[in-house]
Design a protein around this ligand. Structure first.
Ligand SMILES: *[C@@H]1O[C@H](CO)[C@@H](O)[C@H](O)[C@H]1NC(C)=O
Length: 327
């Protein structure tokens, strides 16, 4: 039998399309922020990396719920643009911009000091800022760039703010991790740039996402009983806004593929919002939530408590937390 003419038959195309559609519709029904009517009036939230993508969508939702939302962004220009967009779309004037570069521990400390001075309480902290595909490089503080940006910065920030958050209890901290953590490994030397020269650019990213989960779980154990809960989430594979810059045809194709396989930033924001605002996640701590808002176990490595404790101590040492005393 001739196979080639058979494979060329349009029936195959329809068959594949049908199959993809079925797979798409099979996607588990997730918690939906549009059906959640929790108000955050009188609450204060910080979202790092809020100028674009998931961070902006999370901030937008929190602002709609009438929270006072602090956008923590690296660039004043891009942060200001997001701030204006969120204010005009939600009508919430209590949206503020504070500069924060999570790759710099000095910037994290300065940011935290401003927050501790300005804010009477802090109810939600979303550690969303992160970088992927950064080339191997060292920061001025002697830390590796991806690990500093994605793990050490959020680690230090959360530690500096937990005092205020426990005074504001119940309060929630969310770390935006990724399913990529499954391919990550823990080598404490990575924090200072050891053994990552010449690796693929997604390797440090994957490792830092593993650290996010371990750090969240260790923090949850340390804050047990304080009323501060700590969770980590997978946002799913998200189509970034970068495609906005392409022509209509490319965008169309991307959106078509995206409909089947990827998530929009709005959909990517759902797992973070579930942990930060939902009634279902009240009291949920030391847990990992997947992109369908389901409680799942992270990789075996991520559940290793002794290694998590070692990572915590090495991180304290790397950011100078043990010796740091606020002015
Ligand atoms: C990083 O994780 C992704 C997703 O699991 C995987 O496809 C990729 O191969 C990983 N990269 C490395 C260097 O392990």
């Amino acid at each position: 039998m001739e196979l080639l003419p058979l494979l060329n038959h349009p029936g195959w195309f329809c068959c594949c399309l049908g199959l993809a559609l079925i797979l798409r519709l099979q996607r588990r029904k997730s918690w939906d922020p549009r059906n959640c009517h929790v108000s955050l009036a009188g609450k204060t939230a910080i979202v790092t990396g809020a100028n674009t993508g998931i961070g902006k969508c999370v901030a937008m939702d929190l602002a709609r719920r009438k929270a006072r939302v602090i956008l923590a962004c690296r660039s004043r220009g891009r942060g200001q643009k997001a701030l204006e967009e969120i204010r005009s779309q939600t009508g919430n004037k209590e949206v503020l911009l504070e500069l924060l570069d999570t790759s710099s521990m000095a910037s994290v400390r300065a940011f935290a000091e401003r927050i501790l001075q300005q804010e009477k309480h802090l109810d939600i902290l979303i550690n969303n800022a992160g970088a992927s595909g950064l080339p191997y490089s060292m920061t001025a503080e002697g830390l590796e760039n991806t690990f500093a940006t994605n793990h050490l910065g959020p680690f230090l920030l959360s530690n500096l703010l937990t005092g205020l958050m426990s005074k504001s209890a119940p309060s929630r901290i969310v770390f935006v991790s990724s399913f990529n953590h499954k391919k990550g490994e823990i080598h404490l030397g990575h924090l200072r740039g050891q053994n990552i020269q010449g690796v693929r650019p997604d390797y440090p990213y994957n490792c830092s996402k593993l650290m996010n989960i371990m750090c969240a779980n260790e923090m949850a154990r340390r804050l047990h009983g304080s009323g501060v809960t700590v969770t980590s989430v997978d946002p799913g594979i998200v189509v970034t806004e970068a495609i906005r810059n392409y022509g209509i045809f490319i965008r169309l194709i991307f959106n078509l593929i995206g409909f089947f396989f990827f998530r929009t930033p709005q959909q990517g924001a759902v797992s973070s919002l579930f942990c930060a605002v939902s009634e279902e996640a009240e009291g949920l701590t030391g847990k990992y939530i997947d992109c369908d808002c389901q409680l799942v176990l992270p990789s075996a490595g991520a559940q290793d408590r002794p290694v998590s404790r070692k990572l915590w101590e090495a991180s304290e040492e790397a950011v100078g937390l043990a010796t740091y005393s606020p002015k």
